[in-house]
Design a binder for this molecule. Structure first.
Ligand code: HEM
Length: 417
């Protein structure tokens, strides 16, 4: 008797929509959705989002290198649409380096780099360590064995470091963090949230007023920090205007706050879910630099960004029309098995780890050296001061910001010294 095969021919899986991220269960673990998109249709026209969704490593780097970052409509567009109250947000965004192409982008980035130098980052290491120690002193002084990582550590640490970097009073860090979070919600999301518009406008007004006051005050009396350094920056006789300084202080701050906060939350959660990796890092602190890179790859704080097609072109066999929107999903590129061996495994000693968590090309993260420094010192301080860190039974919820992946809270049981 011949045996009949019971294996059904492999069914072609249907391509899912990237908009499924709006489902909290998908948001909690978006990687199966990314895998579906990458394997069934890596350059996918999403009719719900009216945008191309690009999920493979090579295509994502192509989009980041070649496509246009000038994606904010000009202020007049909102006046024509009958929503003139949005125009000040657009006016601010068009001055941010993040939303510029050549020749404006290299000009702004060159001037900004003259101020945000490696030396300015290097001097922050002691301050980062001090802040980390101080935050953990407060946790341990409570003596109840509980810690909520986000509120106790991951939110305040980058916010306090940023006030130092900028040269503004550290007491302002809570206000700046609150306004940044609201503004970042708009940057990171693609869903339309009209009921949140009022809050975003208010946050933007507060940010503009705050930095305009600082620039005016620091023009009179310079302080050691980035605001004064932006005022003084000069390249071949070219300097920033006040409006440009305000916009680029805001993008530097917003770019650095949510993402670094989420590096701590997402990274610590990944370690706690993989006790072997955690034990390895505790036993081999010399792995810390490579561990931070792997945590950035594995649970990227910035999951996607958007671009526009610069002209009619072909990508991955698809015809993309000029100015059509493209979502480059870095969170998926970082799990692409064609680029990373065993991509769903957390390998803290991974070599050849050229992830795209900081993007790629002209807009490669301007603050990456600071993010890496904060990551290294922050995780080192957490593991050294807290010999026991355990997850509780409380369910975890992910923030609704789809682009900037992060937890609303990470409750822990800890013991420490
Ligand atoms: C773990 C932390 C961080 C991550 C994952 C991250 C990620 C990114 C990504 C993906 C981009 C490119 C976005 C795009 O091309 O659309 C970017 C750009 C940028 N980041 Fe970061 N970032 C982090 C920390 C920081 C810090 C600490 C700062 C500043 C203090 C910063 C400032 C910026 C700025 C100013 C840009 C715009 C660069 C440009 O357009 O030329 N970031 N970042």
């Amino acid at each position: 008797m011949t045996e009949q095969s019971t294996v059904a021919p492999e069914l072609e899986e249907e391509t899912r929509s990237y908009a499924e991220l709006l489902d909290p269960e998908v948001l909690a673990d978006p990687y199966p959705l990314y895998k579906n998109l990458r394997t069934t249709d890596p350059v996918h026209w999403d009719p719900f989002l009216h945008a191309w969704v690009v999920t493979g490593y090579d295509d994502v780097t192509t989009v980041l290198k070649r496509f246009s970052a000038r994606r904010t409509p000009p202020p007049e567009y909102f006046e024509l649409l009958g929503v003139p109250e949005v125009a000040p947000v657009a006016e601010l965004m068009v001055r941010m380096m993040l939303f510029m192409d050549s020749p404006e982008h290299p000009r702004v980035r060159r001037l900004a780099s003259a101020a945000f130098t490696p030396a300015r980052v290097a001097v922050l290491d002691q301050r980062i360590a001090e802040i980390g120690e101080q935050l953990l002193d407060q946790v341990l002084a409570r003596g109840d064995g509980h810690m909520e990582l986000m509120a106790d550590f991951a939110d305040p640490l980058p916010a306090m470091v940023t006030t130092d970097l900028l040269g503004v009073p550290v007491e302002d860090h809570m206000d700046l963090k609150r306004w940044s979070t609201t503004f970042a919600e708009m940057l990171g999301n693609f869903q339309h949230n009209p009921e949140r518009l009022g809050g975003v406008l208010e946050a933007v007004q507060n940010l503009i007023a705050y930095f305009t006051r600082e620039v005016e005050a620091q023009r009179e009396k310079p302080v050691d920090g980035l605001v004064s350094a932006y005022i003084q920056a000069e390249v071949d006789g070219d300097r920033f205007t006040t409006e440009e300084i305000v916009a680029n202080c805001i993008v530097t701050m917003v770019g650095g706050l949510e993402t670094t906060t989420n590096l701590f939350g997402n990274g610590l959660l990944a370690l706690l879910r993989d006790p072997e990796a955690m034990a390895r890092l505790r036993a081999h602190p010399e792995l810390m630099d490579s561990a931070v890179e792997e945590l950035l790859r594995f649970e990227s704080p910035s999951q996607h960004t958007a671009r526009l097609a610069p002209r009619d072109l072909e990508l991955g066999g698809k015809q993309i029309g000029k100015k059509q929107a493209v979502i480059a999903v870095m969170g998926s590129a970082n799990r692409d098995p064609q680029r990373f061996g065993d991509p769903d495994r957390l390998d803290l000693a991974r070599t050849d780890n050229r992830h795209v968590a900081f993007a790629w090309g002209a807009h490669f993260c301007f603050g990456a050296p600071l993010a890496r420094l904060e990551g290294r010192i922050g995780f080192e301080t957490l593991l050294r001061r807290l010999p026991t860190i355990e997850l509780t039974d409380e369910p975890l919820t992910w923030r609704e910001n789809l682009g900037l992946r992060g937890l609303t809270a990470l409750p822990l049981e800890v013991s420490g010294t």
